[in-house]
Design a protein around this ligand. Structure first.
Ligand code: BG6
Ligand code: MG
Length: 213
């Protein structure tokens, strides 16, 4: 029986996955190589520094740590220029309604994300008070696919992992959910999210039946 739902942020609640891609691609281009959307799939759900490592590997570059720190800061500053323009209208279709449906049914709700910008984003889109627990990149030490983020969220909610359901758009996030002992609904394309227990394109038709599928 599912009693709690844990939502990833980027690409699930808001389409920031696109902004992350644009900012990473700009960085790659500045470094002299291209960065495809296919390569970008590997960055979804992955922490900022781990994302940079993957990007540098794609570009065949090996750089000293201080330079890596400077590059990740530059990427984040570019990313924040997109975030600053976000409003409530940027919440993905059906999300706010579905959160209300869950809350009315007595479901506990948590956010489980690798992002260190989560609070800024929630504030901008007006969902700061929509979650019983917020576990973001400032609270975790191990990035997805490590299950830490979802286990902390379950603990915050006072629930066993088997009573929690995760919503994820990232391959690494689906693996993290499963390693936490939770079922996972993929948001996006089934051919990419093959390991999810169920995949939906978006939350437009999401209802309570989706939770106890
Ligand atoms: C995840 C995104 O939610 O957060 C990743 O899927 C991103 O693409 C990661 O790298 C870290 O985000 P931030 O906002 O802390 O750079
Ligand atoms: Mg995501």
């Amino acid at each position: 029986m599912i009693r709690g739902c844990i939502f990833d942020l980027d690409g699930v609640i808001v389409d920031t996955a696109r902004y992350h891609y644009l900012a990473w691609r700009k960085l790659a281009n500045d470094l002299g190589f291209d960065f495809s959307e296919e390569n970008n799939e590997r960055l979804k759900g992955v922490s900022r520094m781990d994302s940079l490592e993957i990007l540098l590997e794609v570009g065949g570059l090996s750089l000293p740590d201080p330079q890596k720190l400077a590059l990740s800061a530059a990427k984040n500053s570019d990313y924040l220029t997109y975030i600053e323009k976000m409003t409530q209208a940027d919440v993905l279709p059906g999300v706010t309604r579905f959160l209300d449906v869950l809350r009315s049914a007595g479901m506990k709700i948590a956010l489980g994300t690798a992002s260190k910008n989560a609070l800024t984003i929630l504030h901008r889109i007006g969902l700061s008070n929509a979650f019983d627990s917020i576990v973001d990149g400032n609270r975790v030490t191990k990035a997805k696919p490590n299950p830490e983020v979802f286990l902390i969220a379950a603990d915050d909610l006072g629930l066993e992992p088997c009573n929690c359901l995760v919503f994820e758009d990232a391959v690494a996030g689906i693996e993290a959910a499963h390693r936490a002992g939770m079922k996972c609904i993929g948001i996006g394309r089934p051919e990419i999210l093959r390991k999810a227990d169920h995949v939906i394109p978006d939350f437009i038709n999401a209802n309570l039946e989706l939770v106890n599928f």
